[in-house]
Design a protein around this ligand. Structure first.
Ligand code: GTP
Ligand code: MG
Length: 221
C-alpha cells in the first residue's frame, strides 16, 4: 500500500498563482534498507530530522516556489523489497510514474552502495516509453556525519556517478537541511533540462555536471 500525503500550501498540482504554468515533478526515492530515504525526504519536506520514520511507503505532494516558479513535487518514498533477488528492482509502475530518481546509499554500508550500483545499471538499461533520453538520476551518499564509520569513499561515489551519467552528492540528512534541498533542486533542474533539451542530447550542462561529479565541485556542505 502506498499512502498519499500533502505538505506545503493546500493546492492541487495543477494550479498556479502566477501566469506561468506550475512545474510538476514526480520523484521516486530509491535505495537499500535504512540508508535514510525517509530521512532525506522528510528533511526536504519539513526541514526537520526526527530520527525514526517507520516503514510506510508514501507519496508526498509538496508545493514550493523555486527560482520564481511554482513547483509541485510528488515524492514517492519507497520501501526496499526484502528478497535479495529483487535488489536491483524498480517497479514498472515507478518507472512509468517517475520524472526522476533519487538513489540513496549509506557511506557506512558497502552493501547499500553495491545495491545502488545495481539499481543504477537497471535504470540505465530500461527505456522509458516515448523517450530516448536517460531518466534523470541523482546518486546520494547519505550519513556523511558518520565519518568514523565510513566504508565507501567519496571518489567511489563520484566515479559511479560519472560512469552512469548521474548527478552526485554526499550529504547528512541528520545534520543539515541544505543537502536535501540541493539534491531535490538539482534533480528538478535535470528533469526540466531533459524535458526541454531532450532533442539536443546531453548538452553542455550535462558535460559540466559529469565533470563536477568527478572533481567534486558538486559536493554540498
Ligand atoms: N547518523 C545519521 N543517521 C541517519 C541519517 N539519515 C538517516 N539516519 C538514520 O538511519 C536510520 C534509517 O533512516 P530511514 O530514513 O528510516 O531510512 P530508510 O532508508 O527510509 O529505511 P527503510 O524505509 O526502512 O528502508 C534511522 O535511524 C535514521 O535516524 C544521517 O544522515 N546520519
Ligand atoms: Mg523509509
Amino acid at each position: 500500500m502506498v499512502v498519499q500525503l500533502s505538505s506545503g500550501p493546500p493546492q492541487t498540482c495543477r494550479m498556479s498563482e502566477g501566469s506561468q504554468p506550475k512545474v510538476e515533478a514526480n520523484i521516486v526515492v530509491l535505495g537499500a534498507e535504512k540508508v535514510g530515504k525517509s530521512a532525506l525526504t522528510v528533511r526536504f519536506l519539513t526541514r526537520r530530522f526526527i530520527g525514526e520514520y517507520g516503514d510506510i511507503e508514501s507519496i508526498y505532494t509538496h508545493n514550493v516556489r523555486v527560482g520564481g516558479r511554482d513547483v509541485c513535487f510528488s515524492i514517492w518514498d519507497s520501501v526496499c523489497p526484502q528478497a535479495s533477488k529483487l535488489q536491483a528492482w524498480v517497479s514498472e509502475k515507478q518507472l512509468r510514474w517517475a520524472d526522476g530518481f533519487v538513489l540513496v546509499y549509506s557511506i557506512c554500508d558497502r552493501s547499500s552502495f553495491h545495491q545502488a550500483r545495481q539499481q543504477l545499471q537497471h535504470l540505465r538499461q530500461v527505456k522509458r516509453r516515448g523517450s530516448t533520453e536517460k531518466v534523470p538520476v541523482i546518486l546520494v551518499g547519505n550519513k556523511r556525519d558518520l565519518q568514523h564509520q565510513r566504508v565507501v569513499s567519496s571518489e567511489e561515489g563520484r566515479l559511479l556517478a560519472l560512469s552512469t551519467d548521474t548527478g552526485f552528492f554526499e550529504i547528512s540528512a541528520a545534520e543539515t537541511y541544505h543537502g536535501a534541498l540541493v539534491v531535490f533542486h538539482e534533480l528538478l533542474d535535470m528533469v526540466r533540462d531533459s524535458r526541454s533539451t531532450g532533442r539536443k542530447g546531453v548538452g553542455l550542462r550535462g558535460i559540466v555536471r559529469s565533470m563536477s561529479a568527478v572533481f567534486g565541485r558538486r559536493r554540498t556542505e
